[in-house]
Design a protein around this ligand. Sequence first.
Ligand code: A2H
Length: 255
Amino acid sequence: EGVGCQEYTLIKMRVKDPYPPSLSRISGKPVYLVAATLRPETMYGQTNCWIAPEISYLVFRTVKQGDEILISTKRAARNMCYQGFTHREGEIESLFEVKGIDLLGVGLSAPLTHHDVIYTLPMLTIKENKGTGVVTSVPSDAPDDFAALRDIKNKPDLRNKYGITEDMVIPYDPIPIINVPELGDLSAVTACDKFKVKSQNDKDKLELAKDMTYKLGFRDGVLKVGGYKSKKVSEVKKIIKDKLIAEKSAFAYQE
Ligand code: A2H
């Protein structure tokens, strides 16, 4: 951890009214879950946000793009306070902690996706020591996301356990946003079928599916939607990232 230097894009996913009870003491203030991604060009396909029920998240102030409140793991907040996110270098202005389970079923607005509202849903395979512990879900292009979304759509017990209702999952199918000649318009779905991925816990099969989609997606993918329609993924990745940051919809973040 913290050895390499990976640069992520942190996507700002704004908590919509009404805030959940766990965030009621900051209601009225702008609050964002920040999701770490390596694929900013896929944000057109966001269908939900993943939160780990068992992880403890920190709610803290940032001043990087104005006075705002962010939610991430404590570890990520600590990294951010050395990257110009806070008033004073090395100091986190922490407000309080909240458990992932108390952040589920929350409505968010996210950049580029056509959905007005998307919901926080549980993902059991999120790593605490990577990114922010918040993951945005693009089931068209990420096998992990497709497998986890299918799990929660098909398993009423899983939904009930975490208070997720059908309206938070039913309208949210994978959105065709990138064409990969070898894999079609929903590469993650094709890859999960090919390797017979059954659930988000199918670790080895998911590795194979991910390997295939990432390599081909980056090399041959072409956007099907948005202002960069018909452009190659490899050509617009950085442009889209910079635009999201300029519009204050994202931050750059290293670890
Ligand atoms: B990516 P790397 Cl469309 N635990 O974003 C588990 N997974 C995490 C995570 C965590 N704590 N933090 C980030 N991630 C995911 C989009 C995407 C991603 C697509 C395709 C591939 C892909 C939408 N989800 O990842 O280990 C995030 O999902 C390819 C690996 O640092 C993030 O980018 O390489 C990626 O894993 C970072 O993984």
